[in-house]
Design a protein around this ligand. Sequence first.
Ligand SMILES: Nc1ncnc2c1ncn2[C@@H]1O[C@H](COP(=O)(O)OP(=O)(O)OP(=O)(O)O)[C@@H](O)[C@H]1O
Ligand SMILES: [Mg+2]
Length: 281
Amino acid sequence: MNKLSHTVSEAEVIGVFSGKGGVGKSVFSVNFSIALSQLKKRVLIVDLDIGMGNIEQLVNHPAHCHIADWIKGRLPLNRVIEEGPGHVAFISGGSGLQELFRLDEENLHFFLEQMKLIKNSYDYIIFDFGAGITSDTLQFVLAVHRLILITTPEPTAMADGYSALKMICSKNAGIPLACVVNQVSKAGEGKETWERLSSVCRRFIGADVKWLMALHGDPSVIRSVRAQVPCLLLYPGTRFSIEMRLLARSFIAGENASPGIPVFSSFLNKVRAYFKLSGGD
Ligand SMILES: Nc1ncnc2c1ncn2[C@@H]1O[C@H](COP(=O)(O)OP(=O)(O)OP(=O)(O)O)[C@@H](O)[C@H]1O
Ligand SMILES: [Mg+2]
C-alpha cells in the first residue's frame, strides 16, 4: 500500500487499553495522534474512558458537547468533534458515557450511522478506553481493527494487562494486538517486559502480541500534563517526544508492510454483531 492509497482508504479504528489504570493510555493516545498527524495522517481521538474521560484536560480544550449529549440530542457530528491542538480532532467522553455502552438499539444505530459519515475523513480513529475491560466496553474493544496494550514494567501492570488480554482473546482470538511499554527507566527494560508478557500470552492464551516500542519515563511528560499542553508540542526535543515520533513512524511502516488494510464496515458490522443488532454494511 502506498501513501496515496492510504489517504483515500477508510479509517482504521485503533483501541488503546490497559489492565491497570494510570499507566499512560491517554498521554499515549494524545501524543501518538499528534505524531501521526505530523506524518500527514488525519486522526480522531474518541475518549471512551467511562465517567473519567480526560482528553479535554490533557489538551486544555473544553468540549462544547460530550458523547452522551450528542447521542441523546441526535446532534450533527460537527457539534461533538472538536479540533484539538496539533491538528488532532477529538470527541470528548465527559460523564454519562455508560449511556453509550448501554445503548438501546435506536441509539446504537444513530452512533454507527454517524461513524459511517466520517469513515473517509480520517486515517485513524483512536479509542482511548478506560482501565480494564468491563462488560460495558467489551463490545467496542472487540470490534476495533487493532488493539494497543499500554503497560509499564511494574508486575502489577503486567499482570492486569495479561488478564485484560486473556478476556479479549477468549472472545476474539484473531484481533491484532501490539504492546507499548511506557515509563521504562533503562535501556532494554521495555523489550524485556514485552518478552515476558508476550511469551506468557503465547503459551497460555495462544495470543501473538507484537512489539511496538518502549517509552521512557520522562519528567517532560509530567510537566506537559500539568501545563495541559501535549508533550510533543511543548517539549518536542525531549526523549519521550523523540521516541513517540519514532513509534509513529514505525507503526505506519509496519502497517504499510502488512497486507489487508481493514475496511471501516468490518468495525461497524462487528459492533452490530456483538450487540446482536440487525443490518449491515
Ligand atoms: N512516559 C511518561 N513519563 C512520565 N510520566 C508519565 C509518562 N506517561 C504517563 N505519565 C504520567 O502518568 C500519568 C497518568 O497518565 P494517563 O492519564 O495517560 O494514564 P491512563 O492510563 O490514561 O490513566 P486512566 O487509567 O486513569 O485513564 C500522567 O498524568 C503522567 O503524569
Ligand atoms: Mg486515561
